[in-house]
Write a protein that binds this ligand. Structure first.
Ligand code: NAD
Ligand code: TYD
Length: 360
């Protein structure tokens, strides 16, 4: 029974590969990485259906150049909707004829998950379930669950392999772990061709200014303090958004259903190193760095082993320091993108998260 279903799924994939225009559903496509992916898919000639709830992190402006692009105009369709809403999801599947699904939709910020985890469980677990059920009904050829290196938890030494035990330590990474395990269970239980990707910390243009790089760059541009948690020696592996998306696209075609793949950038750096490059690029003094109370349960280090993906032939293209400097310049030159975001809800969040830490 299971193998029968698997074969059906494979047949569907090869049939659809020969058809003219493939249709891809990009959930969370108005967010940071999702919008980079929507651009890549449209440039490769796919019809791109974006389904996005437009939470504080979603921004339709991120998709404007795709809508207007010479090669991409007419390839993008946008639905505002919640992946937890089964009726809405069914409507999109029935209407658009979806070949592939790449699920970026998620609540994504660790600090917010420490302030309240409910929406994380809803979107990052329950929303995945709604999408999986729709994919089963419509015999979707691939379901890519975009997961994270954070599912391994803090790694003192060495690098996590895909077969390692998952040990998430904050509500965000625990919810993402739930989502990816559920997704993979639909392969073993129902033969749905699911692939899980576990990308590293991602940076690039259009990232909501709550995460390390955009928060520190935009604060520094305005001469405000940079709230560095603890000793600033925590290590993250940095991956450019365009590399993250190219790996996901690559795995959609070359990955094995039922498998998980690490997507490292190969750039392990301390937060202090990252902060210094940001300040240097903007010509701002290191006196802007403010050591503040640490994040509770702060994962000290993430490090993933990329040999499984490398063996298939994928490599990242962006060099870390060049990529970071170029991204910082993007923020310096695109105040019209981020200034409106640093108001209203953002200011409330900023006060809650940093008020006591920064004494403001
Ligand atoms: P983001 O917060 O910038 O964007 C998330 C998008 O999802 C937003 O557009 C938001 O409106 C949408 N969304 C949220 N809840 C939704 C819902 N219920 N229904 C429909 N849309 C909803 O996030 P990002 O940084 O672009 O991350 C995208 C994905 O990549 C996430 O799944 C995240 O876990 C994963 N990831 C991110 C990183 C990183 O460093 N940013 C690294 C590895 C993996
Ligand atoms: P973040 O961008 O929130 O990503 P994640 O927690 O998912 O890795 O944070 C990256 C690192 O930067 C992490 O070690 C926490 C640290 N950090 C600070 O020191 N200060 C801050 O204000 C933020 C947002 C992050």
């Amino acid at each position: 029974m299971r193998d029968g279903l698997r074969n059906t799924a494979h047949k569907i994939l090869s049939m659809k590969q020969t058809s003219k225009t493939q249709t891809i559903l990009v959930t969370g496509g108005a967010g940071f990485i999702g919008s980079h992916f929507a651009r890549l898919a449209a440039r490769r000639g796919m019809r791109v259906i974006v389904l996005d709830k437009l939470t504080y992190a979603g921004n339709p402006e991120n998709l404007e150049d795709i809508r207007r692009g010479r090669k991409t105009a007419g390839l993008l369709e946008f639905y505002r909707g919640d992946i937890c809403n089964a009726e809405m999801v069914e409507h999109v599947f029935a209407r658009e004829g979806i070949d592939f699904v790449v699920n970026f939709a998620a609540e994504t910020h660790v600090d917010r998950s420490l302030l309240g985890a409910g929406s994380f469980i809803d979107t990052d677990v329950r929303g995945v379930h709604v999408l999986l059920e729709a994919c089963l009904r419509h015999k979707t050829a691939r379901f890519i669950q975009v997961s994270t290196d954070e599912v391994y938890g803090s790694v003192a030494e060495g690098s996590s392999k895909e077969s390692d035990t998952l040990s998430p330590r904050n509500p965000y990474s625990a919810a993402k772990t739930g989502g990816e395990l559920l997704a993979r269970s639909y392969w073993t239980s129902h033969g749905l061709p699911v692939i899980v990707t576990r990308g590293s910390n991602t940076y690039g243009p259009n990232q909501y200014p709550e995460k390390l790089l955009p928060l520190f760059a935009t604060n520094a541009i305005d001469g405000q303090p940079l709230p560095l948690y603890g000793d600033g020696l925590q290590v993250r592996d940095w991956l450019h958004a365009t590399d993250h998306c190219s790996a996901i696209f690559f795995l959609m075609e070359k990955g094995e259903p039922g498998e998980a793949y690490n997507v490292p950038g190969g750039n392990e750096r301390t937060n202090l190193e990252m902060t210094r490059v940001i300040l240097d690029e903007l010509g701002r003094p290191e006196s802007l760095i403010r050591r503040v109370e640490d994040r509770p349960g702060h994962d000290r280090r993430y490090s993933i082993d990329g040999s499984k993906l490398r063996a298939l032939g994928w490599r990242p293209a962006v060099l870390w320091e060049q990529g970071v400097r170029k991204t910082v310049r993007w923020y310096a030159e695109n105040g019209s993108w981020w200034r409106p975001l640093r108001s209203g809800e953002f200011l409330e969040y900023y006060k809650r998260q940093y008020g006591k830490r920064l004494g403001i």
